[in-house]
Design a binder for this molecule. Structure first.
Ligand SMILES: [Zn+2]
Length: 349
């Protein structure tokens, strides 16, 4: 363990290397590898059974070396099953076992190549079995740990999102109709790509990320977002805030396979939720924007801004248990409606 940490430190300190960080998020049949570079470098990606090769357009490291990739979930599986070999203009990630799928997407700022590797060979029987399983819902409480989100009048976004996420989790679980999961159930920090990796590892059917809004004006109401590379000025600002970075408008996220299939179903999920929560408050916007937390999921995914912490009336509501419980009930009824009326009948999977 100490050896790995020292090795990583050595790697990070090496001035000539353009690699800032490389880490993995490991699960039983699925691993996400996140490679952060100091700046954008063009590359070619290829994958062959046990090896992933990334060939860069220029030198990324002065010397050849083996890197033990640090697993941020401390999963035993990943550290022992693969390693990265850094060459002058190439990275090769070699796995012990054959993988069945490898794809990637690129986040422009900070520049990250995020690689998803799946190890499960799916037989027809597996798909049949999957049709018999309960719908899987992953609820993501935005922010946490060192990242408080918006702070206003002594309230922290990370606390409100956790409270609402847990309530939604309990209510959905109680019905017995869903398998429900939380990305976090306490005050801990998670990377944005770790949240969507959890959803993917669980093969979720819907991913709901919970957030709270803020504004300099007295704005109020709900906003619901889905992932899109086409966006309004306003939605882009909200995405930047939630991504925690300033992005250029022309810097798009690049996917190795099209993510368009998800946009329609995510929009539909957003509209279904809006159709229920509008009984409690105005839904100001249903829009697409490049949210990092939604970029890496394989299932219909939305981000809900529950209201404005900066608006006194809404701040009061967000503290009110009765209101929270009405809100989570509306959200879960909407998810159920979406699952029943859209997901399975349209079987986009
Ligand atoms: Zn947020």
């Amino acid at each position: 363990m100490i050896f790995h940490a020292l090795f990583l430190l050595f790697l990070l300190r090496e001035n000539n290397s353009i690699i800032k960080d490389i880490k993995s998020i490991g699960f039983e049949d699925y691993v996400r590898i996140s490679l952060e570079l100091k700046e954008k470098v063009d590359f070619n990606f290829s994958a062959d059974k046990k090896t992933i090769s990334i060939l860069f357009s220029r030198k990324i490291s002065p010397t050849k070396k083996i890197i033990q990739i640090k697993d941020i979930r401390k999963s035993k599986i990943t550290t022992s099953t693969f390693q990265a070999e850094l060459q002058k203009n190439k990275i090769e990630i070699k796995f012990k076992n054959n993988f069945s799928v490898a794809r990637y997407f690129v986040i422009p700022f900070p520049y990250k190549i995020i690689i998803d590797v799946g190890f499960k060979e799916k037989e027809i029987e597996d798909f049949m079995k999957e049709n018999e399983r309960k719908p899987r819902i992953v609820i993501d409480a935005g922010h946490g740990g060192k990242d408080p989100g918006t702070i206003f009048a002594g309230m922290k976004e990370k606390d409100i999102t956790l409270l609402v996420a847990k309530k939604l989790y309990e209510e959905m679980k109680k019905t017995g109709k869903f398998d429900v999961f939380l990305t976090r159930d306490k005050d801990v920090f998670l990377e944005l790509e770790e949240r969507s990796a959890i959803a993917n590892a669980l093969e979720c059917d819907a991913f709901i990320s919970i957030h709270v809004n803020s504004s300099k004006s007295q704005a109020k109401g709900f906003e619901i977002y889905y992932f899109s590379q086409k966006f309004s000025e306003y939605a882009f600002k909200i995405a930047q805030k939630e991504n925690g970075v300033k992005m250029g408008k022309d810097e798009s996220i690049v996917f190795s396979i099209s993510s368009d299939f998800r946009e329609d179903s995510s929009k539909k999920l957003a509209k279904t939720i809006a159709g229920h929560i509008n009984k409690l408050n105005t839904v100001r916007r249903i829009e697409g924007a490049p949210f990092y937390v939604l970029a890496g999921t394989f299932c219909p995914s939305v981000l809900i801004e529950l209201g404005f912490i900066t608006n006194p009336e809404e701040r009061k509501k967000l503290k009110d248990k009765n209101y929270i419980s009405q809100l989570t009930e509306k959200i879960y009824i909407a998810i159920e409606e979406f699952i029943n009326s859209y997901l399975y009948q349209n079987s986009y999977l």
